[in-house]
Design a protein around this ligand. Structure first.
Ligand SMILES: C[S@@+](CC[C@H](N)C(=O)[O-])C[C@H]1O[C@@H](n2cnc3c(N)ncnc32)[C@H](O)[C@@H]1O
Length: 278
């Protein structure tokens, strides 16, 4: 199943490597859901999908609550607003909170995602969405993807929560859960202002260390197996030193600052359930 949104770091291409390492559990908790490609391509009975970005979580909730209304609202934007003037007008309305209703904000979020440069989702330090116009002739309208996403989320009683990872892990993981964590990456060019953030504040060493500690805690105290994706850099290995590392090659479709499109070595780090073999 394909994601609705274009999302940097999407895991669709990694799924053949990731799937065999994802533990079977009743519920999968994703504290960094992003484009939701892991949710869409796994088969758990329940999901908790969390992210720090309120626009993203509002979008998913609106899609699930009312997929046909989202489709109608977005279709009308796609039909009449594909110039840079239109884009910047909607971007201004969105960032200045002139668009406040959940459904309307969800529609504009998808419009900006598909018409903005490279499908990036970036915010400045004031929390304002600041992606430039992408200038695409006919941006893809993900109508089927919206319906399939809503159907899967309803069938699996998925909960969407807007929380930083510390709270998502503390409040939503129990002994019936496995955790898949896909934090913003360190990239090999990390010393040259690599890509470290998605939402307002960059995700730096301290955040990776706090994430490693929180994952070890839910693994040891609540028995939840954990799988984490990261780039193959010394800082990733240092932060997640207690984890078992598996290596694979990933293709990046969205290039980020300091990172070219192409292949990079990706690490999948795991913590098995205490007492489990492997
Ligand atoms: C690598 S992306 C996830 C990609 C996703 N697995 C996919 O397949 O599309 C990282 C996500 O982490 C979120 N994020 C960044 N900092 C966070 C934090 N402190 N707590 C929770 N989520 C955060 C970003 O908003 C972004 O959606």
């Amino acid at each position: 199943m394909r994601p609705i949104l274009k999302w940097a770091g999407g895991k669709s291409r990694l799924m053949p490597h990731l799937s065999p390492l994802l533990p079977t559990a009743d519920c999968l908790v994703e504290p960094f859901v992003g484009g939701a490609s892991v949710f869409l391509n796994t088969d758990h009975r329940r999901y908790v999908l969390a992210d720090i970005n309120p626009d993203l979580i509002n979008f998913y909730q609106a899609v699930v609550d009312s997929p046909e209304s989202v489709i109608r609202a977005v279709l009308s934007l796609f039909r009449r607003a594909n110039t840079s003037t239109d884009y910047y007008q909607y971007r201004t309305d969105f960032r200045q909170w002139r668009v406040t209703k959940s459904l309307e904000r969800a529609a504009v979020f998808l419009y900006l995602n598909r018409h903005g440069y490279n499908g990036l989702c970036r915010y400045n330090l004031r929390g304002e969405f600041n992606v430039p116009y992408g200038c695409y002739k006919k941006p893809y309208f993900p109508e089927a993807e919206i319906r399939l996403f809503a159907e899967k989320a309803r069938d699996t009683h998925t909960r969407f929560v807007c929380l930083p990872f510390e709270e998502a892990l503390a409040f939503h993981v129990d002994e019936h859960c496995a955790v898949y964590a896909d934090p913003p990456y360190y990239f090999p060019q990390e010393d040259k202002a690599g890509f470290t953030g998605y939402y307002i504040t960059p995700f730096r060493d301290e955040a990776h260390q706090a994430l490693a500690d929180a994952l070890i805690e839910v693994n040891q105290r609540r028995g939840a197996p954990v799988v984490l994706s990261g780039s193959d850099t010394p800082r990733t290995h240092a932060a997640y030193a207690g984890f078992t590392s598996h290596y694979t090659h990933a293709c990046y479709s969205l290039a980020a600052k300091g990172v070219s499109r192409g292949k990079a070595v990706e690490v999948i780090a795991t913590l098995s359930a205490p007492g489990a073999s492997g």
